[in-house]
Design a protein around this ligand. Sequence first.
Ligand code: AMP
Length: 454
Amino acid sequence: MKPQAGKNHSLRGASRTRFARVKNHSRFARVKGTHDTLPEAHAQWARIAAVAKQVLERAGAVQLTPPIFEYSEVFTKSVGESADLVVQKEMYTFVDAGARSLTLRPEFTAGVLRAFIEHGLHVRPSPIKLWSIGPVFRAEKPQRGRFRQFHQVNCELLGLDAPLLDAEAIALLYQIFSELGLRELVVKLGSVGDPKDRQAYNHYLREALTPLADRLSETSRERLRLNPMRVLDSKSAEDQAVVADLKRPLDFLGEAARVHFAQVQAYLSDWEIPFELEPNMVRGLDYYRRTAFEFHHGAIGAQSALCGGGRYDGLVEQLGGPPTPGVGWAFGLERLLDALQQEGALPTESARPLLYLIPMDEEAVGEVAKAALTLRRHGIVLHAYAPRNPGKGLKEADRAGAVLAALRGSREREQRAYQIKELASGAQFEVPEGELAAFLRHKARDNEANTLLR
Ligand code: AMP
């Protein structure tokens, strides 16, 4: 892969603290377009993953994790020959020692459907909802919101062609984002029609755009050749000026696609999920049919799409499976975190230690370490690794954010007890060794709100 020269791709604004590259003298740096997820960001990822899991599994979804790489054909067969992934060689494809062409997944859908077919999951009650989380790889030009390794939460809803399933897919996404506290969401909804509608529209576009081709960007000229609809996707102002007066995909919907689309909208309106019609909605992959949607956020820069998805009836057959309609979506964790951060909707507190154990002599170092092993059943328990005087030990406990500190020295050993201090109130207790677990259990309950992530 040719590295991109020159540009500064560091994230702007508040994100900088999360992913900033600290100048150091190490010989190695991470590969451009990848990032390290630092401990603070992990707490936020965990929260997103937990909310997504809860919303999806309460709707009957089950988790499926395909491998990170697949035989290349799994992807080339599904994404379509006009997708940027193929045309612009954005897939990380390599030949292994056995001369097999393998590709790091550029998206989840193809691998999840391959697994669905390989394991005969279609025999399970329909619809089956499969969700996944993990890294995804695309050799795109790195910039804010566009990485070469990023992470997605993905969901496929399989087995029904009813518009109810499309609406449910969108509602689940909306619920995840809302529960995370995101407010400034714009849900854009469109339809790319049935294959014959797309064909008719592509034919119309080819006729209309061919005479204007010299006003189009090079990428759009290539798209005009392979899949004219993708010209609508161009971000270039010149291209947009050329297509501005042309008919839209929605003008070409056949009767069946139009009725289906109207029903999806009716459900969303009934469920009070606000959406905007996007007559130019075109997704980057060729497999979409009928409903297509994206959620955007205004404060995360040019790459404003938080998620994308749509219906892909026919794709399971294309991959060698039984006829199975389906609809799916994926959102990127990095862009979602950026959006949450811009809105100030990220938790700033992390989990607090319940107890900090302070050994006051050499013998107590081993004693507190041993006690910690069992006391951790009740919460986070940390300890000092060398003897401390009480003043220094308590300062450390405070800096660690602990709820309680426990001192252990020769006097406590004699008494078979710990001296405990509640750091917020200053209250002190002498707790016999045998009662320490019960004491902590009680305190953990009192402090639950403090010791768990918000
Ligand atoms: P797509 O399959 O391209 O619609 O991507 C679905 C979602 O994944 C997008 O809406 C983004 O949130 C995220 N995403 C896609 N490409 C990238 C990338 N290169 N870097 C970071 N996130 C991405």
